[in-house]
Design a protein around this ligand. Structure first.
Ligand SMILES: *Cc1c(COP(=O)(O)O)cnc(C)c1O
Length: 401
């Protein structure tokens, strides 16, 4: 009997379960001391000055835009080769999404394309660490610096503390990845991680913003503002209100409801403890695919070798050497018949009906479109055995014919 291989089931250990049960028994289950502890451990792990944990990465991306008062009349540049969350949050604020194509033959936002899209309305750029490999933040920063004369921050907003558009990292895939010998999480203005159920580290649903101090802004003031925005603008969180005599509070801004529960944080903390092993396991399976599939001329294996960078090995993103959407679809179907679930990362955001209605189309970003026509993501998760990884690769080679 052949095994059934799903795409990315979560890895939940007995310790994880016990950590959550402990919170359930503690009498306090929503945001409280465990969420604070997760923030501390996370900021240490990614070497960032600060971390704020939330109920999703989507919430994190939106909060950064809200913090900066980005909205109608503003533009935010991002890649179409991502999950819709990256662009949806921009629309939520009322700002315009501007898609910059990916580098020819690569998966990441092209700094040259960013350069062409910058206008006096550009307030932020969101790069995406696709599959766990980082985008070239240094090159994008250089572009932003070279164009800073056209930057027009809105008066009275935090935009004024920057002299160029803000650089954000959609780091949903890249917890633990390294860029230029530095852990992802502090090498841009704001990094946003996801702990969704399919991600490398999960809290079922969850996310975090990490950042370093921004010159001119009082560090604690920035933490306070983000925290306010994340919980209805309440001067006190529910935990503090629940303390003796602590009932009175005020609403300082009409904020959002994006906080992470202690139940979720307990799961995250427990997963973070063994995260280095998680990364090693993912890397070893990734290498098996590289070795098994690298010789076949019909295929293009992911190639992101760099001495000063390391992936978090979130996805194994194989491509057909010749983009051929029907052939790729057939392959996914045959793999499914063999009991192996594959995926496509991504359907470009500008290909979806919601975005077509706004006048976008995939032809506007041909490099991303061509990736879409050739890409097939193979199962990659910590509980996948080496033997089954080899089997997935051999089935793929067999079914290619
Ligand atoms: C998963 C994902 C998100 C959204 O994360 P949530 O925590 O589900 O909000 C954003 N961007 C990318 C690239 C993702 O893969």
């Amino acid at each position: 009997m052949n095994p059934i291989i799903s795409f990315s089931p979560p890895d939940i250990s007995e310790d994880d379960i016990q950590a959550v049960v402990q919170v359930l028994r503690s009498g306090w289950i929503t945001s409280g001391p465990v969420a604070k502890e997760f923030e501390l451990e996370l900021s240490k792990y990614v070497n960032a000055g600060h971390a704020l944990v939330l109920n999703s990465a989507t919430a994190g991306l939106e909060l950064v835009l809200r913090l900066l008062d980005i909205g109608p009349g503003d533009e935010v540049i991002t890649t179409p080769y991502t999950f819709a969350a990256t662009a949806n949050v921009v629309l939520h604020t009322g700002a315009k999404v501007v898609f910059a194509d990916v580098v020819p033959g690569g998966f990441h936002i092209d700094p040259k394309a960013v350069e062409k899209k910058i206008t006096s309305r550009t307030k932020a750029v969101i790069g995406v660490d696709y599959a766990g490999f980082t985008f070239d933040a240094k090159a994008v920063l250089e572009v932003l610096e070279s164009k800073k004369k056209s930057y027009r921050p809105r008066k009275g907003t935090l935009q004024c503390f920057f002299d160029r558009p803000v650089l954000m990292d959609d780091a949903a895939h890249s917890l633990g990845a390294v860029y230029r010998n530095q852990k992802v999480g502090s090498h841009v203005d704001f990094s946003v991680f996801s702990f969704h159920a399919v991600k490398n580290l999960t809290t079922a649903e969850g996310g975090a913003i990490t950042w370093n101090d921004i010159p001119g802004i009082e560090p604690e003031e920035l933490v306070r503002r983000l925290r306010l925005l994340s919980l209805h603008g309440q001067s006190k969180d529910a935990f503090s209100k629940n303390q003796k005599g602590g009932w009175r509070y005020s609403i300082e801004v009409p904020g959002y409801k994006y906080n992470m529960t202690d139940m979720a944080a307990a799961l995250g903390l427990s997963q973070l403890k063994r995260y280095p092993e998680t990364l090693e396991k993912r890397k070893s399976l990734f290498q098996i695919y590289q070795n098994s599939l690298g010789q076949d001329e019909r295929l293009m294996i992911p190639d992101f070798d760099a001495e000063d960078a390391e992936s978090s090995y979130h996805l194994y993103t194989l491509r057909l050497a010749k983009p051929d959407e029907p052939e790729r679809d057939r392959l996914i179907e045959r793999m499914a018949e063999a009991g192996i679930t594959c995926n496509v990362h991504y359907i470009p955001v500008n290909m979806h009906p919601a975005y077509r209605k706004l006048g976008y189309c995939p032809e506007q970003t041909p490099n991303a479109f061509s990736l879409y026509q050739s890409e097939i993501s193979l199962p990659l998760y910590t509980r996948l055995s080496e033997e089954n990884t080899k089997w997935v690769a051999s089935e793929l080679l067999r079914l290619l014919d």
